[in-house]
Design a binder for this molecule. Structure first.
Ligand code: ASP
Length: 312
C-alpha cells in the first residue's frame, strides 16, 4: 500500500506568536518521518524519526524545550507501539537524555518490560549506550517563562494548558502505516508546566497517549493528561474504529466525549489501517501535518487545511 505518516505538535491555547514555529516544525518532522517510509523503512523507525525532529525543536514541549515541573526541572516521558504484535516501549521521569523516544524504542526492542521510569530508565539507557546530556541543556527560555507565568496565575488542571504562557504546550506525536501495512505510533512530552515532581501523565501510558494495532489503526493524543488517561483516549478512538466507525468520526467523537465528560481539552491524530486520516482537537489550536500521495497537508486552526507538494 501507499505509506502514510501524520504528526501533531500539541493541542492547547497556542499563542499567535508560536504559530509559525509550530507549522514549520511539523512540516520538518513529517518530512523526516516520511523520508524513512519512502526509502523502504518501517513504520516504527519512521515515527521515531518524526518525533526526534520535534524533540530537537524548542517550539515543542518534548526533548529540548520541555516544560518544567514545580522544582524547575525537565521530566520527560515517551511511548512507542508496534501494531504488528502490540509490542510497546515507554519511559517516564527522564531528566538527562536528549531523545526519550529513542530510549522508549529500545525498551520495545530490547527489554522484557514495557514501561521504565526514573532511575531505572536511566540505568537502562546507559546500558544501551545512550549518552547523557546536562539537564540544564534541555531547558529553554520559553519554558522558564512558562513556569514563572504558571506560578503567578496558574491553577494546575483548571486552566486551558498554556493559556498564558509561551512554552506550555506542544507534546508531539506521529502515526504511520508503512508499505507493508504495518502501523506504529510514537508520542513524547515534557508534560505540563508547573506539574508536581514525579507527576506522570498520559503520554507514556499505552491506551491513553499512544495506541497501534495493525488490525485497526493508530492514534497519538495530546492535551490535558489527567483527563486523557482517565478516558483512555487513544484506545477509545481505536475501540470506535473496531466497531466500524471511520477514523475521522471516531477521533471527533472520542475527543468531544472526553471534553464533555471531564471538562478539559485534548486533540488526537489517527490513521486507519487503510490510511484514512482523523484529526480533531477540542482545544483552541493543534498543529498537525501529514503526507499522502506526494502531497503534504498541514494546519493549526479548526477547519484549516493547507497543502503543498511533498518532495524528499
Ligand atoms: N498530554 C500532556 C501531558 O499532560 C501535555 C500535552 O499534550 O501538551 O503530559
Amino acid at each position: 500500500m501507499q505509506p502514510i505518516l501524520i504528526v501533531h505538535g500539541g493541542a492547547g491555547d497556542i499563542p499567535q506568536s508560536r504559530i509559525k514555529g509550530k507549522l514549520d516544525g511539523v512540516r520538518v518532522a513529517v518530512r523526516a518521518g516520511y523520508d524513512v517510509l519512502k526509502n523502504g523503512g518501517n513504520a516504527l523507525d519512521a515515527v521515531e524519526a518524526a518525533v526526534v525532529a520535534m524533540e530537537k525543536d524548542e517550539n515543542f514541549n518534548a526533548g529540548y524545550g520541555s516544560v518544567l515541573n514545580l522544582r524547575g526541572e525537565v521530566e520527560m516521558e515517551a511511548s512507542i507501539m508496534r501494531g504488528e504484535d502490540l509490542n510497546v516501549g515507554a519511559v517516564t521521569l527522564v531528566k538527562d537524555f536528549a531523545h526519550p523516544i529513542s530510549i522508549a524504542h529500545k525498551v520495545l526492542t530490547d527489554s522484557p518490560h514495557s514501561l521504565l521510569g526514573g532511575e531505572g530508565a536511566k540505568l537502562f539507557a546507559l546500558d544501551k549506550g545512550f549518552p547523557t546530556v546536562p539537564p540544564e541543556s534541555l531547558i529553554s527560555e520559553n519554558a522558564k517563562q512558562a513556569l514563572k507565568d504558571f506560578l503567578k496565575h496558574g491553577e494546575f488542571g483548571r486552566t486551558e494548558i498554556g493559556i498564558m504562557d509561551e512554552g506550555g504546550v506542544g507534546t508531539v506525536g506521529a502515526v504511520a502505516v508503512d508499505a507493508n501495512g504495518h502501523v506504529a505510533v510514537a508520542t513524547s512530552t515534557g508534560g505540563m508546566s508547573g506539574k508536581a515532581v514525579g507527576r506522570i501523565g498520559d503520554t507514556p501510558q499505552i491506551g491513553s497517549g499512544t495506541y497501534a494495532d495493525d488490525k485497526i489503526g493508530g492514534v497519538s493524543t495530546t492535551g490535558h493528561g489527567e483527563s486523557i488517561l482517565k478516558y483512555c483516549l487513544a484506545h477509545s478512538i481505536i475501540k470506535l474504529m473496531e466497531d466500524n466507525v471511520d477514523a475521522d468520526t471516531a477521533t471527533k467523537e472520542a475527543v468531544k466525549g472526553m471534553t464533555s465528560r471531564l471538562n478539559n481539552t485534548a486533540g488526537a491524530i489517527t490513521l486507519s489501517k487503510n490510511g484514512d486520516v482523523g484529526v480533531y482537537f477540542s482545544s483552541k489550536r493543534m498543529s498537525w501535518a501529514y503526507v499522502k500521495n506526494n502531497t503534504l497537508f498541514y494546519g493549526i486552526e479548526h477547519d484549516q487545511v493547507f497543502e503543498e507538494p511533498y518532495s524528499s
